[in-house]
Design a binder for this molecule. Structure first.
Ligand code: PEP
Ligand code: CO
Length: 449
């Protein structure tokens, strides 16, 4: 961090992955409006999440961070939000029941709109247009009009984040996430799969445990039973948007990025002297940083120092995303140096982004076997290093989509066309998400013995 950090100090640094807005005045006009809007989260909530992540850093809890690759302006319906919540609650129930530790739930939701791209432009049939950068920037259709970055979209992203968060708060505090509803989260298309049937057994076990507790005189109407905390997160990519929602907390005087509880830096924007590291180094939210296969141990330590110089527990989550074949080779040295340095990080595994490939017809996909095998390698490496495999970071949806291959309900390349709906990366559907949760819960149970 510069000694003179301000919400705008990132503008002195090179910022990768920013759109070419048609003009600066209209962006400034929009950010002025955003400045005047209420924060989406309260700083105290972000502090509470930091505490919860501190428990993860100490090996007392597990982080489940999950949701869309890219949220869409077209699919912000109540059903879609509810179904995504259902899958997250199901996965958390499985992990907590079998793994035996509290599960801290963080959605890639209510603000996950901006996407980094491998190229600035896309060429189709000889026509070159700006790449799609997420609905907060432009539209996905391949036309000149759709692809022009439109600053008015920043306001729409804020509005959709607010309404999504409002519904999530209603569901999680108003009884929908009550643990006694554990059977209801099993959607029909999930329930009749092997993973869904296995889930029903876990839910039966939870029911029995609840009845036992009730018979022993424990009050199940306690808030801990009726309500859950679901925190929001997204990649802090569009720094004009993040800056406009950064506010000074009236209680502590510290700066918080109030667009979400937790923000992360992507693999493509994590240069030490870049704008994204500068910006997130100064806000007090818990933050994440994606760590790809090319990171060197020294570079990782420098990132830890830049992002968490005071070594606060729960402040920094390192999200490894290396690929199934690579993680086992690369992670041990990183675990070693970070442990040696005494940095209290949360280690989370993103088993999605290092395992993407295209099928013969060019469809972007991932195989569940590769995803499970990266998760396995993650737990193995932590076991060998004596460190805590603290969490999972996954792209999923509550819908019955066909975007990733494999799973106990076995999806083949020919099936991908049936319901391929993602705007960016392929997501696990509800069944595949449960397959992953079961596998991870077995490893978690071993780690927690
Ligand atoms: C993402 O999380 O959607 C993403 C782009 O990840 P990464 O920065 O790890 O490539
Ligand atoms: Co993605």
């Amino acid at each position: 961090m510069t000694t003179t950090w301000t919400p705008a100090s990132w503008t002195d640094r090179p910022a990768k992955q920013q759109p070419s807005w048609p003009d600066t005045q209209s962006v400034a006009a929009v950010t002025t409006q955003l400045d005047a809007r209420p924060p989406l989260i309260f700083a105290g909530e972000a502090r509470y999440l930091t505490e919860e992540l501190g428990r993860v850093a100490r090996g007392e809890a597990f982080l489940l961070q999950a949701g869309d690759c890219a949220e869409s302006f077209d699919i912000g319906t109540a059903d879609a939000i509810r179904d995504k919540l259902k899958v997250i609650l199901q996965m958390a129930a499985v992990l907590q029941y079998s793994g035996g530790v509290p599960v801290i739930k963080v959605g890639r939701i209510a603000g996950q709109f901006a996407k980094p791209r491998s190229a600035d432009t896309e060429v189709r049939d000889g026509v070159e247009l700006p790449s799609f950068r997420g609905h907060i920037v432009n539209d996905i259709d391949f036309s000149t009009e759709a692809r022009v970055p439109d600053p008015a979209r920043l306001l729409r992203a804020y509005d959709q984040s607010a309404s999504t968060l409002n519904l999530l708060r209603a569901f999680t505090k108003g009884g929908y996430a009550d643990i006694r509803q554990v059977h209801r989260w099993n959607q029909e298309f999930v329930a009749d799969s092997p993973a869904g049937r296995r889930y029903a057994q876990v839910a039966d076990g939870i029911d029995r445990a609840l009845r036992f507790m009730q018979s022993a005189g424990i009050n199940l109407d306690d808030a801990a039973m009726r309500q859950v905390d679901l925190y929001t997160s997204h990649e802090a990519l569009l720094l004009e948007y993040e800056q406009a929602l950064t506010r000074r907390d009236s209680i502590t005087g510290d700066w918080y990025d109030c667009s979400a509880h937790m923000l992360w830096i992507g693999e493509r924007t994590r240069e030490l002297d870049g704008a994204h590291v500068e910006f997130l180094s100064g806000v007090h939210n818990p933050i994440g940083c994606k760590i790809g296969p090319t990171v060197e141990p020294d570079e990782l330590l420098a990132l830890c120092e830049a992002l968490n110089p005071r070594r606060a527990e729960g402040r920094l989550t390192l999200i490894t995303r290396m690929g199934a074949g690579v993680l086992g080779d690369r992670l041990p040295a990183l675990l070693e140096v970070v442990k040696e340095s005494g940095h209290p990080v949360v280690w989370a595994c993103d088993p999605m982004h290092g395992n993407t490939f295209s099928t013969e017809d060019g469809t972007k996909t991932r195989h569940l076997d590769a995803i499970l095998s990266e998760v396995q390698a993650f737990f193995d490496a932590h076991r060998a290093a004596g460190t805590w495999a603290g969490g999972l970071h996954v792209e999923l949806t509550g819908d019955d989509v066909t975007e990733c291959l494999g799973g106990s309900h076995s999806l083949e390349a020919d099936d991908l066309g049936a319901r391929y709906e993602t705007m960016c990366d392929p997501r696990l559907n509800g069944r595949q998400s449960l397959d992953l949760a079961f596998r991870a819960s077995e490893e978690l149970a071993l780690a927690n013995r």
